[in-house]
Design a binder for this molecule. Structure first.
Ligand code: AP5
Length: 217
């Protein structure tokens, strides 16, 4: 089972990918998470990516394609995967197609999570993450039981992502429209596109995503 989750920032790609990958026991690969780890650890990749991420711009294609190529070659994607946040440009989509062909693999579907800009702004202004275990919360949609304390690991401070500041979110939405939205047409042409309305209860969206994934196999 090999899937791509597409959609604007804050559409729930990460949230839904975690939920379905846990149920289906396949790998969740978020390029955003890989890059944030690289920034945190001060690696060369992190140093090159940081200024783009802080501005809400895309990191150059060659850096990202290199990450996916390495994961494919290492065998980490052999038992099925959801790609969350990749591809994000038409050249990335074309590079993925070549890499998949070369490794004798195929994408089952590219699933587009549809949400309005207003909902994105609301969600991202309320997003908090645990810096210790990565658990995600949202005020007011999905609050931790004890204020500012992680339910999962008990870490006593939840943090906001620097790129969730309002001005950066506006740029991320513009970047999405200009550079990422064209890949919707790319996957429509490949007959791989599936669309899901991603506003509403988390559980209902997960059910809709799982249904589409099972039908695509
Ligand atoms: P990345 O981390 O991929 O950010 P993004 O695509 O902007 O997506 P987000 O993580 O913000 O949102 P999401 O759709 O995963 O939503 P989430 O589940 O968190 O990338 C960050 C940066 O890295 C990019 O700007 C770029 O610089 C760089 N980058 C990464 N990949 C790249 C690539 N391929 N090429 C070039 N550059 C790249 O949900 C959001 C919030 O909403 C959460 O608080 C959640 O709890 C809440 N929520 C989710 N679903 C619901 C719901 N149904 N109802 C209410 N709240 C909900």
């Amino acid at each position: 089972m090999n899937f791509i989750f597409l959609g604007p920032p804050g559409s729930g790609k990460g949230t839904q990918a975690k939920r379905v990958c846990e149920q289906l026991d396949i790998l969740h690969l978020s390029t955003g998470d890989v890059l944030r780890d690289a920034v945190k650890n001060g690696t060369d990749l992190g140093k090159q990516a940081q200024k783009f991420m802080e501005a809400g711009d895309l990191v150059p294609d060659e850096l990202i394609v290199g990450i996916i190529e390495e994961k494919l070659q290492s065998g980490q994607l052999d038992n099925g995967f959801v790609l969350d946040g990749f591809p994000r440009t038409v050249p990335q989509a074309e590079a993925l197609k070549k890499m998949m062909d070369k490794n004798d693999k195929r994408i089952d579907s590219a699933i587009l999570l549809d949400v309005s800009d207003e909902e994105v702004i609301k969600r991202l202004s309320g997003r908090f993450t645990c810096p210790n275990c990565g658990a995600m919360y949202n005020y007011p949609y999905n609050m931790p039981k004890k204020e500012n304390v992680c339910d999962k690991c008990g870490h006593p401070e939840l943090v906001r992502r620097p790129d969730d500041e309002e001005a950066v979110v506006k740029n991320r939405l513009e970047v999405y429209q200009k550079q990422t939205a064209p890949i919707v047409g790319f996957y429509r042409n490949e007959s791989l596109l599936r669309e899901i309305s991603a506003e509403g209860a988390l559980e209902e969206i997960t059910d809709a995503v799982l249904k589409v994934m099972k039908e695509a196999r």
